[in-house]
Design a protein around this ligand. Structure first.
Ligand code: F6P
Length: 539
């Protein structure tokens, strides 16, 4: 069984026809005299622009990919998601992250969402103005967001990206790992009297978050904060408010998210409280507005001019027809440092699945491995492999046209590198060109300085890194994931694949920390590892 859709087999035939064609030939004046290729394959939406022209696509490819999206029911899946239907059937839930940024009063759960946002804004304003103080009356200067996965990666990514909009009075910290080093390195140098902890967990049962939250509480108490004053230093965000209160957080300091918001889609909800404290309620609204711009574009633009559809379908093209294992996100922006790790969860936790919606197993590839690093750093690390390695890795370059810092003379250098990389990856260097460079004295150098070229890239252009453009960029990728999930016929909103490790983790922890008893209920490798660690922990 392969994907039974007619456009899928048409794409297979089309792939055979163009697989040896060269991008440099498609761009050559002989084939594109006007030239029009860049223009024909550049699209915009939600305030962003995407140049797809350096991809291994022709007009016919895009037509077939759009047909595949249509046959796969992308429009129906999209509309069902926006309407709040149960699009996550294995958990019996809707996925309404789009409602969190909707402005229309008839949008699902609108009144509830507006009320929670008002509560967040009141709190954020109090912290930002200094009206909210710690137990000794000092203003809050440190926010420590304790959460993991979707309760960490989104807020951390956004706060870092929008640091230029951050209140100078407040430093934001993010602690996720159960490795005590993460929490310790954060709290070691800050004053508990000036610190507010935000415990973020949709379930409020996550091992890492609960362990860090308890250690944080102990830290406050150890430094003199009376138990009765802990409410000044702790707030919780969860879809399980009863557990938050049980943990000891005052009821009025609990912010709600809902089970119809997936963890990795949740930064728009109260999970983004750390974002709102950092940049203020007004800028938080701008972030939502940018995402809403992209939602509207995704909802209304025809499929063949729809950025999330085109980005997603070009990803399918490489994954399922070229057989690419991975794709790279290279933001040429230090501010977007954490975007690749955020996208890793968004893409791989959403689409790293083998079971289709009907319960059958797929026999085609699903999620590519997502990885990345800001440019230009990546150029001095792994770009060698991208240019001359044996694997083709499609790339999304992200270029921000105006800098968000005052060191303006750096910016042309940054952008030049971004554009030059995509040009070099596309053009490559032929044997003839390499011979000219090597000269008659060094013919042995020729194979080493040849570049295959024809390596596909997309360049996303962002005018300036504002809360609004960032919101649109994130929503672009959220919707891209839905487009791909539709083609692969999988559920992008559950994450059963993380469960087995969690269950076994508890068993191993019990064995590790038991003071007596043989370790033998595991395979010989795991048992030996546990025995060694148990001995070390006793030292
Ligand atoms: O283990 C994976 C996961 O469930 C993610 O989907 C989620 O974002 C993360 O853990 C944190 O979950 P919670 O917000 O419930 O603590």
């Amino acid at each position: 069984m392969t994907n039974p859709l007619p456009a899928w087999s048409a794409l297979q035939t089309h792939y055979e026809q163009i697989r040896n064609d060269k991008l440099r030939d498609w761009f050559a004046p002989a084939n594109d005299p006007a030239p029009t290729r860049a223009e024909r394959f550049t699209y915009s939406g939600g305030g962003l622009a995407a140049d797809f022209s350096k991809n291994r696509i022709t007009d016919a490819t895009l037509k077939l990919l759009v047909q595949l999206a249509h046959e796969a029911g992308v429009e129906q899946r999209r509309d069902a998601m926006f309407a709040g239907e149960i699009v996550n059937p294995t958990e019996g839930r809707a996925a309404l992250h789009t409602a969190l940024r909707a402005t229309e009063p008839n949008a699902p759960f609108h009144a509830q969402i507006v009320a929670e946002k008002a509560k967040m804004a009141k709190f954020a304003d109090a912290v930002r103005s200094g009206a909210w103080t710690g137990y000794t009356g000092k203003r809050i200067r440190h926010i420590v967001n304790i959460g993991i996965g979707g309760s960490d990666l989104g807020p951390k990514m956004v706060v870092h990206a929008l640091q230029h909009l951050e209140s100078p009075e407040i430093s934001s910290h993010f602690v996720s790992n159960v490795d005590g080093a993460d929490l310790w390195r954060t709290i070691e140098h800050i004053d508990p009297e000036e610190t507010l902890a935000i415990i973020v967990s949709k379930t409020f049962t996550t091992l890492e978050t609960m362990t860090n939250a308890r250690s944080m509480r102990d830290w406050f108490v150890k430094h003199g904060c009376p138990e009765s004053a802990l409410a000044k230093h702790f707030v919780g965000v969860s879809a399980n408010p009863a557990e938050v209160v049980k943990f000891g957080i005052a009821e009025e300091n609990v912010f709600e998210m809902w089970d119809w918001v997936g963890g990795r889609y949740s930064l728009w909800s109260a999970v983004g409280l750390s974002i709102m404290i950092a940049i203020g309620p007004q800028q938080f609204d701008e972030l939502l507005a940018g995402a809403h711009d992209m939602d509207e574009h995704f909802r209304t633009a025809p499929l063949d001019k729809n950025l999330p559809v085109l980005l997603g379908m070009i990803g399918v093209w490489y994954r399922n027809f070229f057989g690419s294992q991975s794709y790279l996100v290279a933001p040429y922006s230090e501010a977007l440092h954490y975007l690749p790790s955020y996208l890793q969860q968004l893409e791989m936790e959403s689409n790293g699945k083998q079971a289709r919606l009907d319960g059958q197993f797929v026999d085609y590839a699903t999620s590519a491995i997502t990885w990345g690093e800001p440019g230009t750093n990546g150029q001095h690390a792994f770009f060698q492999m991208l240019h001359q390695g044996t694997t083709i890795v499609p790339i999304d370059f992200i270029a921000v046209l105006t800098p968000e810092h005052p060191l303006a003379d750096h910016h042309p250098k940054l952008l030049a590198n971004c554009f030059a990389q995509s040009e070099a990856l596309m053009l490559g260097r032929t044997e003839e060109e390499a011979r000219k460079i090597a000269g008659p004295d060094k013919p042995e150098l020729v194979p080493h300085i040849m570049f295959p070229g024809n390596r596909p890239t997309t360049t996303l252009l962002v005018d300036a890194l504002t809360a609004r453009s960032l919101g649109a960029l994130i929503a672009l990728y959220e919707h891209k994931v839905l487009v791909q999930a539709s083609v692969w016929d999988i559920n992008p909103f559950d994450q059963w694949g993380v469960e087995l490790g969690k269950i076994l983790g508890k068993v191993v922890e019990a064995d590790l920390t038991a003071s007596t008893g043989d370790v033998k209920a595991h395979d010989s490798s795991t048992s030996a590892l546990i025995a060694k660690a148990r001995a070390a922990l006793k030292r």
